[in-house]
Design a protein around this ligand. Structure first.
Ligand SMILES: Nc1nc2c(ncn2[C@@H]2O[C@H](COP(=O)(O)OP(=O)(O)OP(=O)(O)O)[C@@H](O)[C@H]2O)c(=O)[nH]1
Length: 327
């Protein structure tokens, strides 16, 4: 829900201009152990004709792992921006232009839950392979594609969606709401008969160094890192900051709040009360212990994030702040 211009105007200056980042150690959220996954991918690369990189359409310009390009970059590359149902793609053309300017020429926006645009993938991949030199694989009539990406962006869902569309068959790759469901580079999974095409699913691999804390927070609210590593209340605060700045006030209606607000404590308190998520805590007073009822902020933060991730607060473009005005 977008509020009327009058209300938005009245609220101008109320929202925070920037998110306080002090003291947040992004390195702790993204431990460097993921290099192992990348090494495995490299060793399978000689079997591969094309790399499909899946990323979250809500963050099309940030949070991708630059090592994919550096280490797997010799192969034809298709960027699939998935979860388009959750993304505000009003500026899709500008995004595509910007990516093109950065050397990413092949981009498809998908929704793997509803199989949207999935049928464009195999023809595109076939075309890319057709234009490339396949080295020792030139005689081989079957294609092998590696699917890479940061955790939880929908790599396994994409494989399952391709199989539904081209083979009319069910699930082959495990899907989950948390990052880290795929643990190893899998054996080949067939996704198409004509041309005969196989995919390798791979574990999600984050960049060893995230460029800045704000990118880290965007990746976190999109669910690419385990929530407890960042802290649900910090993430809820960043989400609130973003929604307000973008004029997305769906949360006010969703939780029946009196008005939009930029104070996370206030919002979580109202959410907790609304959801009946309170808890009794013991307080030591001068006359002894008393039990008081307090809002359960942690449960409220969890619900706020879950609601956002399921799309109930409306589509969002988290990279709007870094899109150059002219792109
Ligand atoms: N709304 C929406 N959700 C999606 C879409 N594609 C996948 N999901 C959900 O995103 C979550 C992660 O999907 P997976 O396919 O397991 O992601 P992954 O990249 O293989 O995850 P890892 O194994 O952790 O690397 C699941 O809850 C999916 O149902 C989509 O297009 N739209």
């Amino acid at each position: 829900m977008r509020l009327s211009l009058r209300v938005l105007y009245a609220a101008r200056g109320v929202w925070r201009e920037c998110f306080p980042l002090h003291g947040r150690d992004v390195a702790r959220w993204f431990p460097g152990h993921m290099a192992k996954g990348l090494k495995k991918m490299q060793s399978s690369l000689k079997l591969v004709d094309c790399v499909i990189e899946v990323h979250d359409a809500r963050i099309p310009l940030s949070g991708r792992n630059p090592l994919f390009q550096e280490t797997l970059g010799l192969k034809p590359h298709l960027l699939v921006l998935n979860k388009k149902d959750l993304a505000d793609l009003t500026e899709q053309q500008e995004i595509v232009h910007y990516l093109e300017g950065n050397g990413i020429k092949n981009v498809i926006f998908t929704n793997c839950i509803k199989d949207e645009n999935i049928k464009q993938i195999i023809p595109k991949v076939t075309e890319l392979i057709g234009c490339s030199y396949r080295y020792h694989r030139a005689e081989n009539l079957e294609y092998c594609i590696m699917v890479v990406g940061v955790p939880n962006v929908g790599k396994s869902s994409l494989i399952n969606s391709l199989r539904r569309q081209h083979l009319r068959t069910g699930k082959a790759a495990r899907v989950g709401g948390e990052p880290g469901i795929t643990r190893a580079v899998t054996s080949r999974i067939q996704v198409c008969e004509h041309p005969l095409m196989f995919l390798l699913d791979t574990p999600g691999v984050l960049a060893p160094r995230i460029e800045n804390v704000e990118t880290g927070l965007k990746l976190a609210i999109c669910g690419t890192v385990l929530d407890h590593l960042v802290g649900e209340e910090t993430m809820a605060d960043y989400l609130l900051y973003t929604l307000n700045r973008h004029g997305l006030f769906g949360y006010v209606q969703h939780y029946g709040l009196a008005s939009a607000c930029d104070d996370i404590e206030q919002v979580l308190k109202s959410v907790a009360v609304k959801l009946g998520k309170t808890r009794k805590v013991k307080v030591l007073t001068g006359t002894g212990d008393v039990r008081v009822t307090q809002p359960n902020y942690a449960m409220a933060a969890r619900d706020f994030l879950r609601t956002f991730r399921s799309g109930l607060l409306g589509p969002v473009m988290l990279d709007r702040d870094i899109m150059p005005a002219c792109c």
